[in-house]
Design a protein around this ligand. Structure first.
Ligand code: GDP
Length: 411
C-alpha cells in the first residue's frame, strides 16, 4: 500500500476476477480479429485466380470485421456497476466516499443528492464532471465545488451527472467499478423511470438503511420493483449509523437481532434471495478513519465498538467485491463469448465450404484428365491393331509378289 492506504502492490482483490477476465476476453477478440482479417485477405487472393469463392461469402466475412470491432468497443466500456439506494440522509454518499477512501461526493445537510451521480475512473490527472446530454468537461477541484455545481442547475431527479475521478487516486475506480448514487427513494414517484434508466445494467444494489429506524415501505417497495424488472438482482443491505447504538449499549444486541431478522425476512421471504446477512456499519466513522490513515490532521474515531463496525464494513467490502466481480463477468462477458464463438464457427463453416468446393473442382479436373487419358489409350491401341494388321497384310503381299516374281522368273 502507498501512504494513502491505497493498494498498489500485487493484487489479490476479488475485483481482479473481472479485470483479468476482461483482459483475457479482449486478447481473444484481438486473435479473432486477426483470423477474420487473414481470412478476408486469403479470400481476395483466391477470388482473383479461381472461381471457388463467391462475392456473397466474401462480403459476409468482411462484415465480421465490423462485428468484432463493435464487440471490442463495447468490451472496452464494460465495467462493474453498483447502485446505491435508500432514503435521503441514510448515508448513501457517505458509504460511497468511505469505499472510495476520499470525500468525493458531497454529503450532509444541504447537500442532498438531488439527481443521479455516477462516479467512474478516468486516466486524466484531474477530476471533472459531465452533465447528461452534454460532452463538456467541467473541472471540479473540491467536493464543495461539486456540490455547488450540482445545486446551481435545476436538475430533474432522474438526470445523470457523471463524475470522473482519477484512477490513480482510487483502487476501486482503477479496477473498473462504477458507483451510482441516487436521490432518496422517498423523494420521487418515478421509481419505474429510475429503474429503467439507471438500474437495468447494475450488477449489485446496495440498500443503505438507517439502523436507527426500521426498513421503510418506500425502500422495500423500490426493491420489489427492481426484482420484478431484473431476474436475479444482487442486493446488499447496510444498516448505517450503527455508531448511534454506542450510546445505548443495553439495547445493542436486541436492536441488532431485530434489524437482522427484518432485513433477512425482506431478502429471503419477500425478494426470494438466498442472502443471510445484513451489515451493521458506520460509513461516517470508516471515512473518518481512512482519511486519518492518509492525513494525520484528521483523528481516528473513538466511539465504543468502532473496531467491530470497521471490521464489519471491511467484511461487507470483501463480499461485495466478490459478488460484483463474478456477477459482472457472467452478465457482461457471457454474451461476448457467445458472439465470439458464433463468429469463429461461421468463419469455419465458410472456410470448410471453400475447401469442399476446391476438392470438388480437383476431382472434376482429375476425372476430365482420366477421360482424356482413356481416349488416348484407346486410340493408341486402335492404331497399334491397325498397324499390325497393315504390317501383316504388307508382309503377305510382299511374299505373294516375291513368289509371283520368282515364279515368273523361273518360267
Ligand atoms: P445521503 O443523503 O443518503 O447521501 O446521506 P449522506 O451521506 O449525505 O449523509 C447524511 C448525513 O448523515 C451526513 O451529515 C453524514 O455525515 C451523516 N452520516 C452518514 N453516515 C453516518 C454514520 O454512519 N453515522 C452518523 N452518526 N452519521 C452519519
Amino acid at each position: 500500500t502507498d501512504s494513502r492506504g491505497i493498494r498498489t502492490g500485487p493484487d489479490n482483490s476479488p475485483l481482479q476476477i473481472f479485470v483479468k477476465a476482461k483482459k483475457k476476453i479482449n486478447d481473444i477478440f484481438v486473435e479473432i480479429e486477426d483470423y477474420v482479417k487473414d481470412t478476408v485477405e486469403y479470400m481476395h487472393e483466391i477470388e482473383k485466380e479461381q472461381k471457388i469463392v463467391n462475392d456473397e461469402k466474401v462480403k459476409q466475412t468482411e462484415e465480421f470485421i465490423n462485428k468484432v470491432h463493435g464487440i471490442r468497443d463495447v468490451l472496452c466500456r464494460d465495467h462493474m456497476k453498483v447502485a446505491f439506494f435508500g432514503r435521503t440522509s441514510n448515508g448513501k454518499s457517505s458509504v460511497i466516499n468511505a469505499m472510495l477512501r476520499d470525500k468525493i461526493l458531497p454529503s450532509g445537510i444541504g447537500h442532498t443528492t438531488n439527481c443521479f451521480l455516477q462516479v467512474e475512473g478516468t486516466t486524466t490527472d484531474e477530476p471533472y464532471l459531465v452533465q447528461e446530454g452534454s460532452t463538456e468537461h467541467c473541472a471540479v477541484e473540491s467536493v464543495g465545488q461539486l456540490a455547488h455545481a450540482l445545486c446551481k442547475e435545476k436538475l430533474s431527479e432522474s438526470t445523470l451527472v457523471k463524475v470522473y475521478w482519477p484512477k490513480n487516486r482510487c483502487l476501486l475506480l482503477r479496477d473498473d467499478v462504477v458507483f451510482v448514487d441516487s436521490p432518496g427513494v422517498d423523494v420521487t414517484p418515478n421509481l419505474d423511470e429510475w429503474i429503467d434508466k439507471h438500474c437495468l445494467d447494475a450488477d449489485v444494489f446496495v440498500l443503505v438503511a438507517n439502523a436507527e429506524s426500521t426498513l421503510m415501505v418506500t425502500e422495500k417497495n423500490f426493491f420489489h420493483k427492481v426484482s420484478m424488472r431484473l431476474s436475479k438482482p444482487n442486493i446488499f443491505i447496510l444498516n448505517n449509523r450503527w455508531d448511534a447504538s454506542a450510546t445505548e449499549p443495553e439495547f445493542l444486541d436486541e436492536v441488532r437481532r431485530q434489524h437482522q431478522e427484518r432485513a433477512i425476512d425482506f431478502l429471503v421471504k419477500e425478494l426470494k434471495k438466498p442472502r443471510k446477512e445484513s451489515f451493521f456499519i458506520s460509513a461516517k466513522e470508516v471515512l473518518q478513519a481512512r482519511l486519518a490513515e492518509q492525513d494525520q490532521k484528521v483523528s481516528t474515531p473513538l466511539t465504543d465498538g468502532f473496531q467491530t463496525r470497521y471490521f464489519e464494513f471491511q467484511d461487507f467490502e470483501r463480499k461485495f467485491e466478490e459478488c460484483i466481480s463474478k456477477s459482472a463477468v457472467k452478465t457482461k462477458f457471457e454474451q461476448h463469448s457467445q458472439r465470439g464463438k458464433f463468429i469463429a464457427s461461421e468463419l469455419r463453416n465458410i472456410l470448410d465450404g471453400i475447401y469442399n468446393d476446391a476438392l470438388k473442382l480437383k476431382e472434376e479436373k482429375l476425372k476430365q484428365r482420366k477421360e482424356l487419358n482413356d481416349k488416348i489409350n484407346y486410340t493408341e491401341q486402335q492404331l497399334l491393331i491397325i498397324t499390325q494388321e497393315m504390317k501383316k497384310k504388307i508382309h503377305t503381299m510382299v511374299e505373294d509378289v516375291e513368289q509371283r516374281v520368282s515364279k515368273a522368273l523361273n518360267e
